[in-house]
Ligand binder design. Structure first.
Ligand code: 3NM
Length: 517
C-alpha cells in the first residue's frame, strides 16, 4: 500500500467509467492520463463489472500514470484491489466495508472517502474517520441511475453546515450531474456560512468529453476562479428602509445616464411593449432571441432577461447559450419563468435553466415562484403550483428561503410584491390594478429590473427595488390622469409617466418617490 502523507487537493476529482456509453471505444488509461495532464487532482477507479484480476491490472496501469503526476488513485468499493495495486486509498459507499476495517487493512495513511447523502451519514462517516466525503447525488444524472437521493445544492449546503459542529475536520466534494456549465454555480450555491466544498467530482464531464485534457483544463480553471457573477457584491448592503429609499433616485438617474443595454429574450406578445418600456426608463433595448448573439452582446456591460412566455425546445437551447455567456462575464441575468407550473414542458424548462446556469434574480407570480422553489432537482415537501394558498407571511418565507437556497434574489409579484436576497426581505405595495388588465406588465417589470441591475451591481436587491418603485409609481400616476379611462388609455399614459419620472429624476426632482409604499 502506498502511503499518502501529502495534503490532498480535492478540487477536481475524476471518477472513471468504463461503459461504452461514456468511454466509447477509447482506452480508459489514455483518457485518465489526458485528464490528469489537464489538471485532475484525484482519480477514483470505479468499475462495477470487471473481475478481480482484471481490475487489479487496470488499477496498476492507472497507478503508474497517476503516480507520475502526484495524483492519488482511489479505488471504488474494493479495498482488496486498492491493497493489491498499491493505490492511495478507497472510496466507500454506504453499503460497502466499514471505515474502521478498511483503515485496519490499508493503514493509517490511506485516504478513505465515504458517500454521504444526509447529515446523519456525513456525521457517522466523519466520526468514523473518513478523510473526505463524496456528497450526493447532487443532480439527476444518466451516469448513475436509481440513486437514493437527489439533494441539490440546498441539501449539499445543509450537510456542509452540519459539519461545522463536529470536532473532526473533513474534506468534501459533491457529485452528480456536474459539468462546465454548472460547476461554478454549484460551488457558489452549496457554500454554507461555515464551510464550502473542497472540489467537484465528475464522471461524464471528463470521461465522455471528446478532448478529456481540455475538458479537465476548463473545469479546473472554473473551480479555481471565483465566479464572475458573484464578484461584484458589495458587503456594505443596507437593511434600513429609509436608507434604501434615499438611494433610489441615484439609481434611477444612473439608468438614464448610462443607458445600459437591456438584452431581452422575451415572448412574442410583449416584444414591442418591453422595448418601449426599456426606452422610457432610459435603457437601450435589444430584442435578440438567438442565443449565439449573446456571446457578443454580453460584452457590452448590460443585462439579460430570459422570459420563457412562449418557450419552445429551440428557444430553450438559445436561453441556455445566452445564460452561459452572461454568467461567464458576470452580466446580470433575470429569469421570468412565465407559466412555470402550467405544463410539463415548462416545468422541465425551469429545471433545465436553473441547472444550466445562475440567475441574479428570478421574478414570478406566486405559482411561478412555487414551481421555481421546487426546481433545481430538489425534492421539496409541500410545494405545489396551484392557486394562491399562502398568507403574506408564508409567501415572504417562501421567497426568502428560495433566495437563500439559490443565493440570488427572488421577486414574487402580486398585489404586494415581495423581494428577498435571503437575508433581507421587503414588501412593496405600489402599482395599480390596470397593470393586471394589460398584457405584458409583469414581463416589462422584468425588463426594467434587469436594466437597473446592470447599472448597480454592488447591491442588486437595491437596484431591483429602485426599478420596481419607478415602474409601479409611474403606473399609479398614469391611472390618476384625467385622460385615462381604462386599460387602453392607460398604456400610453403609463409610458409617458415612466419617461417623466426619468426626466424629473435626472433633473434632481424626486417628489414622485413620496408615493413609495
Ligand atoms: N456517484 P456524472 S452520482 C459515480 O451520488 C457517482 O454517489 C454518485 O456522474 C453519487 O458526473 C455518480 O456523469 C455519477 O453526472 C456522476
Amino acid at each position: 500500500m502506498c502511503t499518502c502523507m501529502m495534503k490532498v487537493n480535492y478540487s477536481l476529482y475524476l471518477v472513471t467509467d468504463n461503459t461504452t456509453a461514456i468511454l466509447g471505444d477509447r482506452d480508459l488509461c489514455w483518457v485518465v492520463e489526458e485528464a490528469v495532464k489537464g489538471g485532475v487532482t484525484v482519480v477514483q477507479l470505479r468499475d462495477k463489472t470487471s473481475e478481480t484480476a482484471g481490475l487489479i491490472r487496470i488499477a496498476k496501469r492507472l497507478h503508474n500514470i497517476t503516480k507520475g503526476h502526484d495524483v492519488p488513485l482511489l479505488i471504488n468499493d474494493r479495498v482488496d484491489v486498492a491493497f493489491a495495486a498499491g493505490a492511495e486509498g478507497v472510496h466507500l459507499g454506504q453499503d460497502d466495508m466499514d471505515i474502521e476495517t478498511a483503515r485496519k487493512l490499508l493503514g493509517p495513511n490511506a485516504i478513505i472517502g465515504v458517500t454521504a447523502s444526509s447529515r446523519e451519514e456525513a456525521r457517522q462517516a466523519v466520526e468514523g474517520g473518513a478523510d473526505y466525503l463524496g456528497i450526493g447525488t447532487l443532480f439527476t444524472t444518466p451516469t448513475k441511475e436509481n440513486t437514493k437521493f437527489i439533494i441539490g445544492t440546498s441539501g449539499t449546503r445543509d450537510i456542509l453546515d452540519s459539519l461545522a459542529s463536529l470536532e473532526q475536520q473533513v474534506s468534501t466534494v459533491c457529485i452528480g450531474g456536474i459539468n462546465a456549465t454548472n460547476a461554478q454555480r454549484v460551488l457558489y450555491q452549496s457554500r454554507s456560512p461555515s464551510k464550502g466544498l473542497d472540489g467537484i467530482a465528475v464522471v461524464s464531464a471528463i470521461m465522455a468529453a471528446p478532448d478529456p485534457r481540455k475538458a479537465a483544463q476548463d473545469l479546473r480553471e472554473l473551480v479555481m476562479r471565483p465566479p464572475r457573477f458573484a464578484a461584484e457584491s458589495d458587503d456594505k448592503r443596507t437593511h434600513a428602509v429609509d436608507e434604501i429609499l434615499s438611494k433610489v433616485p441615484e439609481i434611477v438617474a444612473k439608468v438614464g445616464a448610462q443607458a445600459p443595454l437591456c438584452h431581452n429574450m422575451t415572448n412574442l406578445v410583449v416584444q414591442n411593449f418591453a422595448a418601449n418600456v426599456a426606452l422610457c426608463i432610459g435603457a437601450s433595448p435589444i430584442m435578440a432571441n438567438n442565443g449565439d448573439e449573446a456571446e457578443d452582446l454580453c460584452q457590452l456591460g448590460g443585462a439579460l432577461v430570459i422570459n420563457m412566455g412562449t418557450v419552445t425546445p429551440d428557444g430553450l437551447q438559445n436561453y441556455l447559450k445566452a445564460l452561459r455567456s452572461y454568467n461567464a462575464v458576470g452580466g446580470p441575468v433575470l429569469f421570468d419563468p412565465v407559466g412555470a407550473g402550467a405544463t410539463k414542458q415548462r416545468r422541465e424548462a425551469v429545471k433545465s435553466l436553473m441547472a444550466g446556469g445562475w440567475f441574479d434574480l428570478i421574478k414570478g407570480n406566486e405559482g411561478e415562484i412555487k414551481t421555481v422553489s421546487g426546481a433545481s432537482g430538489v425534492q421539496q415537501r409541500g410545494v405545489d403550483s396551484g392557486a394562491s394558498t399562502l398568507s403574506l407571511q408564508e409567501k415572504a418565507t417562501l421567497v426568502a428561503r428560495t433566495a437563500a437556497r439559490e443565493r440570488n434574489i427572488i421577486l414574487m409579484t402580486g398585489k404586494t410584491d415581495l423581494i428577498s436576497d435571503g437575508s433581507r426581505t421587503f414588501a412593496i405595495n405600489n402599482g395599480h390594478e390596470y397593470l393586471g388588465e394589460i398584457t405584458g406588465s409583469g414581463c416589462t417589470l422584468g425588463t426594467t429590473v434587469a436594466a437597473f441591475m446592470a447599472v448597480h451591481r454592488g447591491d442588486k436587491l437595491l437596484a431591483a427595488i429602485a426599478g420596481i418603485f419607478m415602474y409601479e409609481i409611474a403606473a399609479e400616476q398614469a391611472a390618476k390622469r384625467d385622460d385615462v379611462r381604462g386599460p387602453g388609455t392607460f398604456v400610453p399614459a403609463f409610458l409617458d409617466e415612466i419617461s417623466a419620472i426619468k426626466k424629473q429624476t435626472s433633473n434632481g426632482q424626486t417628489g414622485w418617490l413620496s408615493a413609495a409604499n
